[in-house]
Design a protein around this ligand. Structure first.
Ligand code: PAF
Length: 283
C-alpha cells in the first residue's frame, strides 16, 4: 500500500491512473477505522481497479467545544487494517496543507443541511461538503463510498454532487452493527461499559418504531413519542432529536404512507451517537 501525504502528489497520481484507464474507488474517512469503514473499502475493492482511502480529521466540520482535539486517532492501526482490506493508496493530508493560512472558500448545500443534525451542529455540513469536494478534486474518484449511518451526510453529499455536476458516483452502503445492534462508530470509543449498554436504546427504539409502522401506525408523532419513551428510560441518555422524515428531502412527514426515514441523535455520556432506519411500507 502506497502512503501519500502531499496534495499535489495525490492529484498527479490520480491523474496518471485515470489516463491509464483505471477506475478509482474512494473511501473518505476521519480514521480510527472500524468494520463499517472496512466494509466500504472491501466494496470499493470489488468494484474498482484502484482503492484510495483518505484519513483526515477535518477541523472545519467540528464546532467550538466539540470533540476535534480528542477525536480518536490511530494512524498506525488504521494503515494495517486498510492494507488488509485491499487499499492501494492511503492519502493522509495535513491540516496546514488542506487549509493553509488565508483559506477562504467553502461549499454550502442549502436547506438539507439546516435540518436534523444541522440544527444542533450549525456549520458542520459546510465543513463536510468543503472537505469532501476538496478530497474529490485531489483523488478524482469514479466512485465514492459512504456509510448510511450518517444518512444526512450521504443525502447532502449526493445533492452537492448533483448540483455541482461532479462526474462521479456516490454509493451509500448499509450501516454495519455490532452483534447486539449498536451501529459502529469511531465515537463508540468514548463509551464506558455502562454507557455502551445504554447506547443500545438507539437501535432498540428504532426496532420498536419499525414494528409499530409495520403494524399499521401512520402517525409520525406517535412514533416519535414511542421512541422517546424507550430512550428516556435509559439513565444518562439525552435526546438531541428524533425525526420521522422523507428520506430524500429530510422534511418532516405528516403521515407514514410509503416510506419514512426514522433518524435519531442521542447523547450518551460524552458521545453524541446517530442511528437511523429506513422503513418502506407496502400499502
Ligand atoms: O464521515 C466522515 O468520516 C466524515 O464526515 C468525512 C466524510 C470523511 C468528511 O470529513
Amino acid at each position: 500500500m502506497e502512503i501519500i501525504k502531499d496534495l499535489r502528489v495525490m492529484q498527479a497520481r490520480s491523474g496518471f491512473l485515470r489516463q491509464e484507464g483505471k477506475a478509482i474507488g474512494f473511501v473518505p474517512t476521519m480514521g480510527y477505522l472500524h468494520e463499517g469503514h472496512l466494509t466500504l473499502l472491501r466494496r470499493a475493492r470489488e468494484e474498482n481497479d484502484i482503492v484510495v482511502l483518505s484519513i483526515f480529521v477535518n477541523p472545519a466540520q467540528f464546532g467550538a467545544g466539540e470533540d476535534y482535539e480528542k477525536y480518536p486517532r490511530d494512524t498506525e492501526g488504521d494503515l494495517a487494517k486498510a492494507s488488509e482490506a485491499g487499499t492501494d493508496i492511503a492519502f493522509l493530508p495535513e491540516v496546514a496543507e488542506m487549509y493553509p493560512a488565508g483559506y477562504a472558500t467553502y461549499v454550502n448545500v442549502e436547506g438539507l443541511t439546516e435540518k436534523l443534525c444541522g440544527r444542533s451542529r450549525p456549520g458542520h455540513f459546510r465543513g463536510v461538503t468543503t472537505v469532501v469536494l476538496k478530497l474529490f478534486n485531489l483523488v478524482q474518484p469514479h466512485r465514492a463510498y459512504f456509510g448510511e449511518k450518517d444518512y444526512q451526510q450521504l443525502v447532502v453529499i449526493k445533492k452537492m454532487v448533483s448540483d455541482l455536476n461532479l462526474d462521479l458516483q456516490i454509493i451509500g452502503c448499509p450501516t454495519v452493527r455490532e452483534s447486539d445492534g449498536l451501529a459502529m462508530s469511531s465515537r463508540n470509543a468514548y463509551l464506558s461499559p455502562q454507557e455502551r449498554l445504554s447506547a443500545l436504546c438507539l437501535s432498540r427504539s428504532l426496532a420498536k418504531a419499525e414494528e409499530l409502522i409495520r403494524g399499521g401506525e401512520k402517525s409520525p408523532q406517535s412514533i416519535i413519542n414511542e421512541i422517546s419513551k424507550v430512550i428516556e428510560k435509559e439513565p444518562g441518555a439525552k435526546i438531541d432529536y428524533v425525526a420521522v422524515c422523507h428520506p430524500e428531502t429530510l422534511g418532516d412527514l405528516e403521515s407514514i404512507d410509503s416510506q419514512a426515514l426514522i433518524a435519531l441523535a442521542v447523547k450518551i455520556g460524552p458521545a453524541r451517537l446517530l442511528d437511523n432506519r429506513l422503513v418502506k411500507v407496502n400499502n
